[in-house]
Write a new protein. Sequence first.
Length: 95
Amino acid sequence: MNIDRLVTDMILEHYGIENQLLKTAEELGECQTAILQLLTKGTGKDNVNINKLYGEVADVYIMLEQVVSGLLDEEILQSVIGKKMIRQLHRIGDE
């Protein structure tokens, strides 16, 4: 995805990492609720549940960009992501 790092860094600088970590947890909860609504109620009239999911995923993505920028080393994160993806491929192969 293409999120302007300058903008996310400005937001992070304004609010601070501790506040944004709390906000990230809040947004993750809202995303979880949107996923569960989609699973239990379907897309809904006029795809209302899909549209809600788009908004919540966008919020989570923006918040995680700030967490990565303010707290994590991207190189280490990419390494962990790679290892987890390989592990999952092994699990798929074992099924």
